[in-house]
Design a binder for this molecule. Structure first.
Ligand SMILES: Cc1cc2nc3c(=O)[nH]c(=O)nc-3n(C[C@H](O)[C@H](O)[C@H](O)COP(=O)(O)OP(=O)(O)OC[C@H]3O[C@@H](n4cnc5c(N)ncnc54)[C@H](O)[C@@H]3O)c2cc1C
Length: 444
């Protein structure tokens, strides 16, 4: 009798898990509570799907157990993931390390997965809400009861709930005894206190954003900063936003310093302003930063430095020039809140990874239950890292669940390695399995 694998969630991790489980010879069913599979995947990378990244900088992934995240990503690497997608017929393109389908369409990634699932005979049942999972891996769903030999919970987080990830996966895991690190929005805009944001709305400028929790630097990033009528947005804000959300949730004071001349140090900025003051001394004071920064922003910065709109540049005192340089190099703002899950691209927090085996993705609490993707306490920065996490978890969970052997608990970071060489009766060989096998043999 074939191993019966049921997967909850037809997102990035659930669909890759389904392919892998079916390739091991299992009979696979995916249950999805929306009307279509892969809704979130279609919206990734502005519809172009930044599916992974060729470099993984320090701090690209965040979560309570960083060793766990690292271990999963070592088990299924970026290169193995690229081979997985090439094998599905996707031609990939590398834009400075950011990897996209050459078609420029997220839809082609989803279609490649769906074609393969169809080819492997995987059944996807849509409009099927999973309401309860029992410890014997039986399920109560809106379309009746089901029984699995292995179950993969890949129901996503609470981010962008319109795409189907409404947080119900956390409740299912919680009912089975799993602990949830409070999910909070990440890769999201930040709301700020100052009134001047209304005037700055719409301005985009290169900047560094340094986030401080109770005055201590927690994270920093540089890129195109966007001002909105309520606060700050753009990639550098997204990258630090999870720390802001978590800091605020813990009751700390969260502030940010915006360096609006990030390519020069404070002394160079001050010198630049001093020279302008001499050369352009005839101009109206309110036009002093004309050509340096966006006009709307310039007015706000002059005001913050105490330079009034009346008078000419000649009237600006050297102390005010110094103050203006300080404002340009570190405009202070107080963060009041992160935007909601509706606007967030991902969540920080999720299922406590101490309760999951990083070599199989099997739960340490419930034998035969596997957990994959964003539902876990792991989040990445922008740039393809979150999808890579979903693919790595999905491939690993699907491979192990499809084989139907128990992984044995508990495992420690240095124990419990499993052979992923694909010898156990799978229908076809994964293109990357040689690599995995060699790596494992080399380690043993
Ligand atoms: C606008 C946007 C753009 C993004 N762009 C990128 C990008 O370019 N690169 C990148 O790396 N990451 C990107 N991300 C993040 C990335 O999309 C996610 O991290 C990833 O899709 C998570 O995959 P997942 O399978 O874990 O969850 P999901 O893709 O959310 O899939 C979970 C599935 O489970 C279903 N489900 C939930 N509960 C139940 C239930 N009880 N019963 C049945 N089904 C259920 C949901 O409907 C959903 O289909 C982006 C996210 C957003 C919102």
């Amino acid at each position: 009798m074939k191993q019966q694998v049921i997967i909850i969630g037809a997102g990035a991790s659930g669909l890759t898990a389904a392919i892998q489980a079916a390739r091991q010879g299992a009979s696979v069913t995916v249950l999805e509570h929306t009307s279509k599979p892969g809704k979130k995947l279609l919206s990734t990378g502005n519809g172009k799907c930044n599916l992974t990244n060729l470099t993984t900088p320090e701090g690209a992934y965040r979560g309570s157990q960083s060793w766990f995240i690292k271990r999963v990503l070592e088990n299924i690497t970026v290169e193995q993931t690229l081979e997985f997608f090439r094998d599905l017929g996707l031609v990939l393109t590398d834009r400075n390390g950011y990897v996209y389908p050459n078609s420029g369409q997220a839809a082609s990634v989803l279609e490649a997965l769906l074609f393969e699932l169809d080819h492997l005979g995987v059944s996807i049942i849509t409009d099927c809400q999973v309401q309860e999972i029992k410890k014997d891996l039986s399920l109560v769903t809106s379309k009746g009861k089901k029984q699995a030999d292995a179950l993969i919970l890949a129901a996503g987080s609470m981010a962008a709930p319109k795409t189907g990830s409404d947080g119900s996966g956390y409740e299912l895991a919680k009912a089975l005894g799993h602990h949830i690190i409070k999910p909070l929005p990440a890769l999201v805009q930040l709301k700020c206190r100052e009134k001047w944001y209304k005037q700055a709305a719409g301005v985009r400028t290169e900047a560094s954003v340094t986030l401080k929790i109770d005055g201590k630097t927690e994270a920093a990033d540089r890129g195109e900063l966007q001002f909105t009528d309520y606060g700050i947005s753009g990639i550098p804000v997204f990258q630090v936003s999870r720390f802001a959300a978590r800091g605020l949730d813990a009751g700390h004071k969260v502030t940010a310093e915006l360096d609006l001349l990030p390519s020069m140090d404070f002394n160079s900025a001050r010198q630049l302003l001093s020279e302008r003051a001499k050369r352009l001394d005839y101009r109206p004071a309110e036009e002093f930063l004309n050509g340096v920064l966006n006009h709307k922003l310039a007015r706000i910065l002059l005001r913050e430095a105490g330079i009034g709109s009346a008078g000419i540049v000649k009237d600006i005192a050297p102390a005010q020039i110094k103050k203006l340089a300080a404002v340009l190099k570190g405009l202070k703002t107080e963060i009041l809140a992160a935007n909601s899950f509706d606007q967030a691209q991902v969540c920080s927090g999720g299922i406590d990874t101490r309760e999951v085996d990083p070599d199989t993705m099997e739960s340490k609490l419930i034998s035969g239950l596997y957990l994959a993707g964003e539902i876990l306490d792991a989040d990445g920065i922008c740039g393809g890292y979150n999808l890579q996490w979903a693919w790595s978890c999905g491939i690993l969970a699907g491979t192990c669940a499809g084989r139907g052997t128990s992984c044995g608990h508990p495992v420690t970071p240095d124990k419990g390695k499993r052979d992923l060489s694909g010898k156990h009766g799978q229908k076809r060989r994964m293109p990357f399995e040689h690599t995995v096998m060699q790596k494992k043999q080399g380690q043993e």
